[in-house]
Design a protein around this ligand. Structure first.
Ligand code: PLP
Length: 366
């Protein structure tokens, strides 16, 4: 059987039971009692005033961009080391991206580099900062910098559901936070996302945009153009059951992180991602840097053994589609891409597989 990087993991019969409940209610639609419960319980669990469940994390980012009125020629600052969805929806609306590099102690957006970027681009419409592989950005520091320039901060917390920063849920403090419940995330709805905010008015605007910007009258009336982005009641059933077991997922992911630490101990040429002192990561993926081994060679050897791994995110500055975009970074982001490897991190990963991976990587070093 193949070992996947971060496969979905159901909690006994919990998900199936709620899916059956969704069918019994016949809310097989992008509304219904389980979507409402998913939004309500997520707001309570993560401590936000308001939430909106969406068809994907990418859609949540698109709704954030639309709600902030992002348009042609606007500058948007984003993390350089991230997945393209952090910035894609903004660019689609016509924004020009500026990329900001990482802090070596956290690999997330550097507040000092952000300050430099904002000094040169003080009219920036939004900053999108990505939590990386389950580790939160330093929200306090980023908010301070954004506050000095009066620029809203959007937290792309797609990868950090369940993580905390100084005791607060990932994304808390940002104007809008985005979570992903894609199939490979720590909890999943099979595909889905969420917007979370303490600005209930702004979240209501996002909700309206997610429902074709329909006006509250009996006929179809529109004073703006929206989209169709709400999560369905059936995937919400899965997401809700997963949310109720988030603590189990966090415990399992921490076990996997520790297991890698244990098995890799003594190899000073393999280092796990640093843990920021201000937070508790969700350990979505165990990520390492390798000295003396090409990560692409490791990905190939492991794939031949039926084990999935992958390089770190290729920095946005290196993406052909963003050629020429301004960058406020260092060599760190490119070095992490050149030397980093995401290891299998499934909740049920066993010691034997971890030992097999370590042995195969050892052989590559010769
Ligand atoms: C940093 C980041 N942002 C955004 C997304 C988009 O989320 P989704 O796949 O749910 O659209 C992802 C995940 O895939 C991600 O890792």
């Amino acid at each position: 059987m193949r070992t996947f990087l971060s496969p979905p993991c159901m909690n006994g019969d919990a998900e199936r039971k709620l899916v059956v409940e969704a069918f019994a209610s016949n809310y097989i639609a992008p509304c219904g009692p389980l979507v409402d419960a998913f939004e309500r319980e997520a707001a309570a669990r993560f401590g936000f005033e308001a939430t909106l469940a969406t068809v994907s994390g990418t859609m949540a980012l698109e709704l954030a961009a639309r709600a902030l009125g992002i348009g042609p020629g606007d500058t948007v600052i984003a993390s350089d080391l991230t997945f393209i969805a952090s910035v894609g929806p903004f660019v689609t609306l016509g924004a020009k991206p500026v990329f900001v590099g990482s802090d070596p102690e956290t690999w997330t957006m550097s507040p000092a580099l952000l300050e430099r970027a904002l000094t040169d681009y003080p009219k920036t419409k939004a900053v999108v900062a990505t939590d990386l592989y389950g580790q939160c950005c330093d929200m306090e520091a980023l908010l301070k910098v954004c506050g000095r320039f009066g620029v809203p901060l959007i937290a792309d917390a797609a990868e950090s559901v369940g993580a905390t920063c100084r005791g607060k849920a990932s994304g808390k403090g940002a104007l809008l936070a985005v979570y992903s419940f894609n199939g490979n995330k720590i909890i999943t709805s099979g595909g889905g996302g969420m917007l979370l905010s303490d600005d209930a008015g702004l979240l209501a605007r996002c909700r309206k945009l997610a429902q074709q910007a329909r006006e509250p009258v009996p006929w179809y009336e529109h004073t703006a153009v929206g989209t169709h982005g709400r999560l369905g009641n059936v995937p919400a059933a899965i997401g809700l059951a997963q949310l109720r077991h988030l603590d189990d997922a966090l415990r399992d992911k921490a076990r996997v992180w520790d297991l890698w630490g244990d098995v890799l101990a003594g190899r000073d040429w393999i280092r796990r991602m640093p843990t920021a002192p201000y937070g508790v990561p969700n350990r979505w993926l165990t990520v390492v840097t390798l000295d003396g081994v090409d990560p692409l060679a490791a990905v190939k050897v492991l794939a031949d053994a039926g084990i999935e791994s992958r390089p770190l995110w290729k920095p946005m500055r290196l993406q052909p589609v963003f050629r020429g975009a301004p960058v406020y970074g260092t060599a760190l982001e490119e070095n992490l891409f050149a030397h980093g490897l995401c290891l299998p991190s499934g909740r049920t990963l066993d010691r034997e597989t971890v030992m097999t991976v370590a042995g195969l990587i050892d052989k590559l070093r010769g």
